[in-house]
Design a protein around this ligand. Structure first.
Ligand code: ZN
Length: 245
């Protein structure tokens, strides 16, 4: 499982995909641990963490050759191409304050979209995110996993409102992660305020960054990925009641 972290010949996008998923999952678990998201039953914690890992890749729906574009061809490729065009290109609209607002609006409003009493939008969002995470980590079963996540979400005794929160959390963590890389993001989209003097924090392209991770796929990012994975494993072991924390 660790092989991907040390696979230096991986493409930049793929490497970032793993880190985005791990950081989203770790953030979700931290929120659950501290009671911000009041989920207590273990299966729901597991499923929502998985879905949050997938949601951690959602802002890259603006990339017509990325993981999301290849997820359910040809439909996903068409959607990504449209989003890429509407959002001004990669790391623009979907990686901005407006993008964060849209992801959160989707997360918070989806439980209210009902069809015969079924919160279909929440179920689709959570199931897609869960399936995306399973594909990212190379789990067997493909999209069958997404069907399992969908039925779990539908039949869970936990309030449906908790589930789509993963969309808001995962996408926000993604944008923060990209902002920590050298390329940065255009947080103010659709405004593009070009830096009068280009620096690592504010570029002529208008992108802003706090590049403590360096370039995408850097050693620092790989270190972070390992640390996040250890944290996730530690929390799951703790939750199993193996030791007190
Ligand atoms: Zn991104």
């Amino acid at each position: 499982m660790l092989s991907f972290i040390f696979a230096f010949d991986e493409s930049e996008i793929k490497m970032m995909g793993y880190t985005h998923s791990l950081s989203a999952a770790a953030t979700w678990l931290a929120l659950v641990h501290h009671g911000v998201v009041p989920i207590t039953d273990h299966p729901t914690i597991f499923v929502t963490t998985l879905a949050c890992a997938g949601a951690g890749m959602l802002p890259d729906i603006d990339h017509r050759n990325g993981t999301i574009a290849r997820s359910i061809p040809p439909l996903s490729g068409w959607i990504c191409a449209v989003v890429q065009r509407l959002s001004g290109g990669h790391r623009q609209g979907t990686h901005s304050f407006i993008g964060v607002g849209i992801f959160w609006a989707l997360a918070l409003s989806s439980p209210h979209y009902l069809w015969w009493g079924v919160p279909w939008l929440s179920i689709i969002l959570v199931a897609y995110a869960g399936g995306l995470a399973l594909r990212t980590f190379g789990a067997p079963g493909g999209w069958l996993g997404a069907v399992a996540v969908a039925s779990f979400t539908y039949y869970s005794s936990q309030p449906i409102e908790f589930f789509p929160l993963v969309i808001g959390v995962g996408s926000s963590v993604h944008i923060l992660g990209d902002a920590l890389t050298r390329r940065g993001v255009n947080l103010l989209w659709p405004l593009t305020i070009k830096a009068p003097i280009s620096s690592i924090f504010w570029k002529k392209s208008g992108n802003m960054a706090l590049p403590i991770l360096g370039a995408s796929g850097s050693r620092r990012e790989q270190f972070l990925a390992v640390a996040l994975m250890l944290y996730i494993v530690w929390v799951f072991i703790s939750l199993s009641g193996f030791f007190e924390w």
